[in-house]
Design a protein around this ligand. Structure first.
Ligand code: FES
Length: 105
């Protein structure tokens, strides 16, 4: 599948993904700026904050309690914010648009 990451200045990066990778892993593998994944996907650092395009949000599932807690500490939290490491890309997400926050934790 394909995911388009959009930086705060609107620069777009299109990345290919395999079903089952997290958005954080896809971003790190493709050197997308601003996604660090410092904790390696343990839902503990918040450096993988992404904002899902409204029309795709329902396809990404629901944050669990741990993620919800990290998100609540995220300064730029939007209504469609997720932690990239907790969003596993599926074929249903082919073509998804994901926005990067202006400042990453
Ligand atoms: Fe650390 Fe997602 S990589 S919270």
């Amino acid at each position: 599948g394909k995911v388009t990451f959009i930086e705060h200045d609107q620069t777009k990066h299109v990345a290919e993904f395999k079903h089952g990778s997290s958005l954080m892993q896809i971003a790190v593998d493709n050197a997308i700026p601003g996604i660090d994944g410092d904790c390696g996907g343990e839902c503990a650092c918040g450096t993988c904050h992404v904002i899902i395009a409204d029309e795709w949000f329902s396809k990404t599932g629901v944050p669990n309690e741990e993620e919800e807690q990290m998100l609540s500490m995220t300064p730029e939290r939007a209504s469609t914010s997720r932690l990239g490491c907790q969003v596993i890309a599926t074929d249903a997400m082919d073509g998804i648009f994901v926005y990067l926050p202006e400042f990453q934790m």
